[in-house]
Design a binder for this molecule. Structure first.
Ligand code: B16
Ligand code: MG
Length: 215
């Protein structure tokens, strides 16, 4: 019998919805403007990390430095492009297994939180029409230390009034699994085979998760 769990924390991008491709295309455009080559492999390293840290990584890739003003301008442009590309997002884009699990968690009396690096998390959750399922939302606007620092998940657990050890974190990114483990959470890697060796458990989709085993 597994340990009793009191709460679930969901990463947003890659767990509740998949907008990685939109981030990728937006960053590819930014890299092109900077004359830096950027491919899908490079994009893997950006999953789960903040917008500013992502641009810093791209600049490092191209061995470039730019002014703070230009840096901020590029961040704004990247985000405008990204937001424009996700305009049509709706509940049909919620990933497999998510809605069932959120409903079941409610039935079992478990608390649910979102722990995301994205500063657009609240907007995306509203578009997906699933915001009502979450007791707590912690996103990129609420933390000073982005993933792989555990702050985003620790804040979520604290606001739900549960210990990290009583919480499962679902993550699709290496930075997120590192953050969950550093915070003392039970880290489930989902949908990204690179996580098989890093997470405590691995699932292809949330459909494979059986809440009965933990609640
Ligand atoms: P934004 P998550 C992360 O979301 C994405 O995985 C990552 O690619 C993105 O750069 C980051 O949010 C910041 O997003 O530009 O919208 O603030 O996976 O932590 O939910
Ligand atoms: Mg993610």
């Amino acid at each position: 019998m597994s340990k009793k769990i009191k709460a679930l924390i969901f990463d947003l991008d890659g767990i509740l919805v998949s907008t990685e491709h939109n981030h990728f295309i937006a960053w590819k455009n930014t890299a092109k403007v900077l004359g830096i080559s950027f491919d899908k492999y490079d994009n893997e390293q950006l999953k789960g990390i903040s917008r500013a840290d992502s641009l810093t990584k791209i600049l490092k890739l191209g061995n470039k430095t730019i002014s703070e003003q230009y840096f901020n301008e590029l961040l704004t442009k990247k985000n405008d492009f990204y937001l424009n590309s996700i305009q049509a997002l709706n509940q049909e884009n919620v990933l497999p297994g998510v809605l069932n699990l959120l409903k079941k968690a409610q039935e079992f009396g478990l608390k649910c939180a979102v722990g995301s690096s994205s500063k657009n998390a609240r907007l995306i959750l509203t578009k997906l029409d699933i915001d009502r399922y979450f007791n707590v939302i912690v996103d990129g606007n609420d933390v000073s230390h982005p993933k792989p620092h555990p702050e985003v998940f620790l804040k979520g657990a604290e606001l739900m009034g549960v210990d990290p050890a009583e919480c499962i974190v679902f993550e699709d990114a290496q930075s997120g699994i590192q953050a969950a483990k550093a915070g003392g959470f039970l880290a489930f890697g989902v949908g990204n085979p690179a996580l098989i060796d890093q997470a405590a458990y691995y699932l292809t989709t949330l459909n494979e998760f059986s809440l009965e085993e933990y609640a």
